[in-house]
Design a protein around this ligand. Structure first.
Ligand SMILES: [Zn+2]
Length: 379
């Protein structure tokens, strides 16, 4: 799995039109589950086939079976209730607009004590039939899920504080990581966009935490405290786990109005390095994300970067040379064996995000060609 410049994706691909149609019909009870299952199977196969044709080294199932990269856990783990955002706060739409934040409207909120359940191992069992290559499986990380799912009114009875809930979820996640490893998954990626968004926070919270305060009644703990909590929860997941590569993905949405524009995840040093993860999967193609070399040169031995070299925001297919130039930003600061190449983020974190699949696959093809050029040049 690990050559220099190993290529993979962050996780999600947009769903084929037939699958989206079938999901809508199923939600209205117009077709039986078996009919939706056929579309889910087709979408999974087509996505994996596309990844293989693009030449990726490590495969995902494109999260085709998930409604969204985070709220799908609500369908899997008993203890969550899926609620419309206006049930959390009647002014939800106005709050989103005012803060310039987009959230999916159906939210998984914790209302009862969680029980252990399969989260993604079932998806992997179905996906593995379509490729012999190593697989990566993504899971929403606990600090994210704590912010996304603990609501002061609806959750307090089950978990008095968001932290109680976050740690309880982290322990369940550890069980799932074990199940995935035992099933043959090579790489588990914990998705932590809420931590990534903290790059925009300081004494005052960033816009996401503002929104969650208003919608969910949660409180910002301060920059360092939030960072330490996120890292500690990640470590709770991986405590005692071996035999599988664990990576953490963070988003980065640079905001021109923010005082932290042009700074990156290096704001999280040194606390970030306390996380027991072997790879950080990070966004670096947008303006204002900072310099990846500043971060990677501080990585302890053995820790890799999953470098974002493909934009998931625009439909312009990067040339291999462009991708090579993006990768070269970290060359000299970390060995080639510790550089993985991936797009910045998933192409469609939610079911209804449209990103033309053929453009996504063309971008990946460019990325694998770039990996070939880089291997010749640096390996
Ligand atoms: Zn992302």
């Amino acid at each position: 799995m690990s050559g220099p410049f190993t290529t993979t994706v962050v996780g999600s691909f947009s769903r084929p039109r037939d699958l989206i149609e079938a999901s809508k019909k199923r939600a209205k009870g117009e077709i039986p589950q078996a009919e939706l299952d056929v579309q889910l199977e087709r979408a999974t196969e087509a996505t994996i086939r596309g990844e293989e044709e693009a030449g990726l080294d490590v495969i995902t199932d494109g999260e085709q079976r998930r409604s969204s990269f985070v709220s799908f856990v609500g369908d899997k783990i008993p203890g969550f209730k899926v609620m419309h955002i206006t049930e959390l706060n009647p002014d939800a739409m106005e709050i989103l607009k005012r803060n310039k934040v987009q959230l999916t409207y159906m939210r998984a909120v914790v209302t009862e004590e969680l029980r252990d359940a399969v989260i993604a191992a079932d998806e992997f069992e179905k996906a593995r039939r379509y490729s012999k290559k190593p697989f990566k499986v993504t899971l929403p990380a606990p600090y994210l899920v704590m912010w996304e799912s603990w609501h002061r009114t609806h959750s307090e009875g089950a978990y008095p504080t968001p932290e109680d809930f976050g740690y309880a979820y982290a322990k369940l996640l550890r069980n799932e990581v074990g199940r995935l490893r035992d099933a043959g998954v090579s790489f588990v990626q914990l998705d932590e966009p809420m931590l990534g968004d903290l790059t925009e926070a300081g004494d005052k919270p960033d816009r996401y935490r503002n929104v969650f305060r208003e919608l969910y009644g949660q409180e910002y703990r301060g920059f360092k405290e939030e960072l330490k909590l996120a890292v500690d929860m990640l470590n709770e997941v991986v405590k005692g786990v071996s035999g599988v590569k664990i990576g953490v993905h963070m988003d980065r949405w640079p905001n021109k109005d923010s005082p932290y524009f042009d700074q990156g995840y290096e704001r999280f040093l040194p606390e970030l390095l306390e996380a027991r993860t072997s790879q950080w999967i990070l966004e670096y193609t947008s303006q204002g994300t900072g310099d990846p070399a500043k971060l990677v040169k501080e990585f302890p031995d053995g820790v890799e970067i999953g470098l974002g070299v493909i934009s998931v925001q625009n439909y312009e297919v990067e040339s291999p040379e462009q991708v090579v130039a993006r990768a070269e930003r970290v060359i000299g600061s970390i060995e080639p064996e510790r550089i993985w190449l991936n797009p910045d983020c998933g192409f469609a974190p939610g079911m209804f995000r449209t990103f033309p699949r053929e453009i996504a696959f063309a971008k990946l093809k460019s990325m694998t060609e770039a990996a070939g050029i880089l291997r010749k040049k640096y390996a």
